[in-house]
Design a protein around this ligand. Structure first.
Ligand code: NAG
Ligand code: NAG
Ligand code: NAG
Ligand code: NAG
Ligand code: NAG
Length: 453
């Protein structure tokens, strides 16, 4: 993920100049168009209704109008059917990808099915179709300055919504009031997102991975070292590399990534990671920053491998109980020194009974071969049956809040269940900054330095 994001970021950077120009010129032309439309509407009293394009032959006041109309025609195609409560009855939605995702845009015209609402939606990146779209989607809240929010409609005749999403931590993405301009805010924050979060988890798979016994037994684990780490970003906000460097002085850690590399054999591809992870007793799954609910594919992959994750969470930054059963991971913040941590890892790694106690939730006599075919709700019941009262935190956390479907399908399901008036009056809030959402820079090192090592 990091790797992909870095590539994409450099792509964006190289495009920044052109996209700036583009945004500025879009702003200018949109402002101008707004002026023209106003003018036209006053002059002709065009109702705020759907006007089929062929019927709409505006009397052109000047040549510039003609030019603009030709370039960005006003298209109020289709209708926006709602029920008596104001809930959308649409079955095909048009979604405008305003920014692209790290520079990669949606495939123009691609149609996506939404099984949870029996609907479809179609992607477009043509900003000129602004008047006919149902959703405008902005990655990372970017483009909030360029989206003509005032031109959008949210009334009985037409419902157009805006959504901003991001899955990078507050340290590496935009925060602040720009987010409050959007109807919908989707981040990995399980409580702050509206209507639902967008996370790294496919819950259907995650539940199965949690409950599946490890494929490699304690005896057959790697002999050379108990711990594996595969990371390429060696300049993490929380200082994890400094921590691992010191851990390596106390206990053997095999590092296959480019950060603190000491072993070769696996590339940086995810499938390789899983192959490596499962051979080890412990997988270091510490994120690049410690922020509320910021838990990524690092944990997902560790769980998929069936090894015990080593994580870092302090005062809900993040709270791993929302993601994992109790006694199923090692939290480094639970130790006052790196030596204590290393000694505990040695103790657990050398004692099969103790080691396997951390995988207790994989030991059950339920047949999980049919789990794949069950609905998400039934999977959640299975999970609760197997891990008992320890499931509450997860079910109130990631498992209950992430519905594992396309982000846009989440929105469609929501607008078909929720009156537009409720959405219009929902108080959108900005996104808190990294100083609130995250622990300070180098917090892992600070933790261990403040104690004695
Ligand atoms: C529009 O421009 C053309 C030349 O491009 C000119 O002949 C015509 O008179 C103009 N029309 C108006 C309404 O200004
Ligand atoms: C979708 O349509 C099918 C077939 O008409 C129906 O059985 C199913 O319940 C519908 N699902 C939803 C979520 O409306
Ligand atoms: C920390 O570790 C100790 C001993 O391993 C354990 O008893 C305790 O519950 C842990 N606390 C937390 C918050 O994980
Ligand atoms: C291994 O761990 C188990 C469970 O914690 C404990 O009862 C047992 O005494 C340990 N064995 C050794 C040799 O330390
Ligand atoms: C919950 O986890 C604890 C270990 O932290 C374990 O002792 C307990 O049996 C678990 N509860 C259930 C219902 O499985």
């Amino acid at each position: 993920m990091r790797l992909m994001i870095r590539h994409l970021l450099s792509l964006i950077r190289s495009r920044r100049r052109t996209s700036c120009l583009f945004i500025i010129s879009s702003c200018l032309s949109i402002t101008f168009i707004l002026f023209i439309i106003n003018h036209d509407q006053q002059a002709e009293n065009i109702p705020n209704k759907i006007v089929p394009r062929e019927d709409k032959q505006p009397k052109l006041s000047n040549n510039l109008t003609a030019f603009i109309q030709k370039t960005i025609p006003i298209q109020r195609k289709g209708t926006w059917p709602i029920d008596e409560k104001g809930r959308s009855l649409k079955t095909n939605f048009l979604v405008l990808d305003w920014t692209g995702f790290f520079g990669s845009g949606a495939n123009e015209g691609e149609v996506i099915q939404c099984p949870s609402s029996n609907t479809t939606f179609t992607w477009t990146h043509q900003q000129s179709r602004i008047d006919e779209v149902d959703f405008i989607v902005s990655h990372d809240g970017q483009g909030s300055g360029g989206i003509p929010f005032d031109r959008l409609h949210l009334n009985n005749d037409q419902q157009q919504y805006t959504m901003a999403f991001v899955i990078e931590s507050e340290v590496h993405s935009l925060t602040g009031d720009a987010w409050a301009r959007f109807n919908f805010k989707m981040t990995y924050n399980l409580d702050d997102s509206y209507p639902e979060p967008a996370t790294y988890f496919d819950i259907n798979t995650f539940i199965i991975d949690l409950l599946t016994p490890s494929s490699i037994s304690f005896e057959n684990k790697e002999q050379q070292a108990d711990i594996v780490w595969i990371i390429s970003n060696c300049n993490a906000h929380n200082g994890r590399e400094g921590f691992v460097e010191r851990l390596m002085q106390e206990i053997k850690v095999d590092s296959y990534g480019s950060c603190l590399n000491n072993r070769r054999g696996y590339g940086a591809r995810m499938t390789d990671n899983i192959d490596a992870y499962k051979k080890y007793k412990f997988v270091i799954a510490i994120e690049n920053s410690n922020c509320v609910d910021y838990v990524t594919e690092k944990l997902v992959k560790a769980v998929e491998s069936g090894s015990i994750p080593i994580v870092a969470g302090l005062n809900n930054h993040p709270d791993y109980r929302r993601y994992m059963p109790e006694h199923s991971y090692i939290n480094i913040f639970n130790y006052s020194s790196i030596k204590d941590l290393a000694n505990d890892l040695k103790r657990i790694g050398n004692n099969k009974t103790l080691y396997e106690s951390y995988l207790w939730y994989k030991k059950h006599n339920k047949d999980i071969s049919k789990l794949k075919e069950l609905s998400l709700n039934d999977k959640l019941k299975y999970l609760a049956d197997i891990i008992g009262s320890n499931a509450t935190m997860i079910i109130n956390g990631i498992a209950g809040k992430e519905k594992s479907e396309n982000k846009i399908c989440k929105l469609i399901r929501f607008v078909r269940q929720t009156p537009w008036q409720d959405i219009a009056t929902h108080k959108s809030t900005g996104r808190v900054g990294s100083d609130t959402a995250c622990l300070p820079r180098k917090s892992i090192l600070t933790h261990f330095n403040s104690k004695h090592t």
